[in-house]
Design a protein around this ligand. Structure first.
Ligand code: CA
Length: 511
C-alpha cells in the first residue's frame, strides 16, 4: 500500500469468517514481534505480509480454520500471536466425492440487470465477438515456423490494406503428429484446436495450414471445411510457394473480415472466462471476491461466465455441489473431479502438487487454502452447466468449465469454450496475455499494482486496507469488461502485445 494511504501503517489483519481461528497480516513487509493489534492480539514473532497469525492458542492436531473451513491441522502446539507458516499445517484429506450433497442449496436467481450493451461484432451464426482477428489454424506443429514466416509477411504486406482488422494470429500448437490420435482422451486436444478455429472473434473465416502426412490431417480436424480453405505444404514446390499460398488465401479472408463493423450487442452475448495465477493469501479476500461480484453482475445481465481449474476447486467441492441447478449437473461436476483425481494418480501425485513456491511465499499454506480463495471467483449464482475440457459453452449463466489450473492450459481451453474476455487475478504477478481475446488482470495487493503499474488493469488491493469495497471493485471490473469488449479501452497486455502461446491439454499418450 502507498504510505500516504495508510499513514500510520496501522497494524491490520483480515478475518474472513467469525469462526476462523487464524487471520492474515495485511501490512506490506509484514509486522514485527510485539505488534499490538486493535483487538489486543500481540505478535509473538515477525509475521510476513499475507501470512497467517494464530488468533487463539492452538493445541497439536487442532483444526486451523479460515473462510469458516478447515484448511489443515496444527502439527504442534501453536501459541496465540504466532506465525503459522506452511510447515505447521498438515494437509487434510480431500472431500470424499461419493457422498456430497447435490443441488440442495441452489441459490435463488439474482434480479436481472437490464439494458447493458457493448460495441461488438455480430457473426452470421448469432454469436458476438470482441475483436476482429484472422486466426490461422494449424493441424500439426510441423508447419509452425512456415506459418510464422507467412504471418510476418501478411502483417507487413497485407494487413495494412485492411484497417478494420485487428490482427493476424498463427494458431500454433504442439499437437498433430507423434500422438495416439485414436486414444479416447485424444478428443480433448482435437476438439480444443477445432473449437478455437471457430472462435467467434475470427468471424467464421477459417483457414487451415497442414503438412500433408500428419495424423491429424486438416480434413479430420475440420471435416465440414471446404478444401479451398486449406493449404497443404507438401503440395507446394518449395518454401516460397508455400508462403505465397498462405498469404494469398489470407488476403481473401482479410478482405471479408475488413467488412466487419462494431455494433451495439447485448452483454448477454458475452462469454467471460475467470482464472487466477500466481495466487497469494489475499486472492481469496480481495481480487477473487471482487471478480465473483462482477461474475454475479454478468450473470444478472444474462451473460455466460466460466470458472475452471480443477485442482483449485477440488478441496472446496463440497461448497460447490450444493449450488448446482440439478443432480445431473452435480454428477457431471463430480465426474470431472474424479477424472482429475485419477489423472493425477496415474502421474503418481495428488492435488498437493498444485501450490507453487510463490503461492507459499504469498502466505498460502496448501491447496485447501488456495481452493477456498479460488472459488470466490464464482460469486453466488447457481451453477447451470459443467463442461469437459475444451467443450463449447452453449448455456447462459455460471458454468464450471473443467481445466487444469496451469494458466496457459486453462486459458487455451477457455478459448476453445468460446471465451470473449478473460479476467485474471494475480497476487504474485504474471504478464500473461492472449492474442485473440483481451485479458484483464486484477491485482490482489496494492504493492503489486504499484510495482507493475503498466501491467495490472484493476487494483483490488485497496479492499484489504479498507479503502474500497468488494462491490465497488466488482462494478469496476464489470464496466471494464464492457469497455474492453467494446474496444474502447485496451488491457495492458494488449497495449504491449503480450501473447502467450496456445498450450493444449493432451491427456492421451504421445507415441
Ligand atoms: Ca491458473
Amino acid at each position: 500500500m502507498s504510505k500516504s494511504e495508510n499513514q500510520n501503517n496501522k497494524p491490520l489483519y483480515i478475518l474472513v469468517n467469525p469462526q476462523d481461528n487464524v487471520a492474515i497480516v495485511v501490512n506490506e513487509g509484514g509486522l514485527p514481534k510485539g505488534t499490538v493489534f486493535e483487538s489486543g492480539l500481540v505478535l509473538q514473532e515477525h509475521v510476513p505480509q499475507g501470512h497467517k497469525v494464530a488468533l487463539v492458542d492452538l493445541d497439536k492436531d487442532a483444526a486451523l480454520v479460515r473462510y469458516g473451513e478447515v484448511i489443515g491441522y496444527a502439527v504442534r502446539r501453536i501459541e496465540k500471536g504466532s506465525w503459522i507458516d506452511e510447515s505447521l499445517v498438515q494437509l487434510p484429506a480431500a472431500p470424499q466425492l461419493d457422498e456430497l450433497p447435490l443441488a440442495n442449496k441452489v441459490p435463488a436467481p439474482l434480479p436481472p440487470l437490464e439494458g447493458y450493451v457493448f460495441d461488438g461484432y455480430c457473426n452470421a451464426d448469432g454469436s458476438v465477438a470482441t475483436k476482429n482477428v484472422l486466426g490461422i489454424t494449424t493441424s500439426v506443429q510441423c508447419v509452425a515456423s512456415v506459418l510464422d514466416y507467412a504471418v510476418k509477411r501478411i502483417k507487413d504486406e497485407v494487413l495494412p490494406k485492411y484497417p478494420n482488422v485487428d490482427d493476424v494470429v498463427a494458431l500454433n500448437h504442439a499437437y498433430g503428429c507423434g500422438v495416439a490420435i485414436d486414444a479416447p482422451e485424444a478428443k480433448v486436444p482435437i476438439r480444443t484446436v477445432r473449437n478455437i478455429a471457430t472462435h467467434p472473434n475470427f468471424g467464421g473465416e477459417i483457414l487451415v495450414v497442414g503438412l500433408g502426412c500428419e495424423k491429424l490431417l486438416p480434413e479430420r480436424l475440420m471435416p465440414d471445411l471446404d478444401p479451398s480453405n486449406i493449404v497443404v505444404l507438401q503440395e507446394h514446390a518449395g518454401f516460397i510457394k508455400m508462403v505465397d499460398a498462405i498469404v494469398e488465401k489470407a488476403d481473401k479472408k482479410l478482405k471479408k473480415l475488413d467488412q466487419r463493423r462494431r455494433v451495439s450487442c447485448p452483454v448477454s452475448g458475452l462469454v467471460v472466462g475467470l482464472q487466477c495465477g500466481g495466487s497469494d493469501a489475499f486472492s481469496g479476500v480481495t481480487a477473487n471476491p471482487a471478480v465473483g461480484y462482477a461474475a454475479d453482475l454478468l450473470v444478472r445481465a444474462g451473460a455466460t461466465v466460466m470458472f475452471s481449474e480443477v485442482s483449485e476447486v477440488r478441496d472446496a467441492i463440497h461448497l460447490l455441489t450444493p449450488r448446482v441447478v440439478n443432480e445431473e449437473v452435480g454428477r457431471a461436476l463430480i465426474n470431472e473431479m474424479k477424472w482429475y483425481d485419477n489423472y493425477l494418480d496415474m502421474g503418481g501425485v495428488d492435488r498437493s502438487a498444485n501450490p507453487t513456491p510463490g503461492n507459499k511465499k504469498g502466505g498460502l499454506a496448501n491447496v485447501v487454502e488456495k481452493a477456498l480463495g479460488s472459488i470466490a471467483k464464482s460469486g453466488t449464482s447457481p451453477i447451470v452447466a459443467v463442461l469437459s475440457p475444451g467443450e463449447k459453452a452453449c448455456q447462459k449463466g455460471l458454468i464450471y468449465a473443467a481445466t487444469p489450473a496451469s494458466d496457459f492450459v486453462c486459458g487455451t481451453l477457455q478459448l476453445a469454450s468460446g471465451m470473449h474476455v478473460q479476467v485474471f487475478t494475480t497476487g504474485r504477478g504474471t504478464p500473461y496475455g492472449l492474442a485473440m481475446t483481451p485479458v484483464i488482470k486484477v491485482s490482489t495487493r496494492n504493492a503489486l499494482t504499484e510495482q507493475w503499474h503498466d501491467l495490472i488493469d484493476v487494483n483490488a488491493g485497496r479492499i484489504a486496507t479498507g479503502e474500497t469495497t468488494i462491490e465497488e471493485v466488482g462494478w469496476e471490473i464489470f464496466r471494464l469488461i464492457i469497455d474492453v469488449a467494446s474496444g474502447r479501452k485496451q488491457t495492458w497486455a494488449d497495449h504491449w502485445g503480450l501473447n502467450n502461446a496456445l498450450c493444449l491439454f493432451n491427456p492421451a499418450p504421445i507415441t
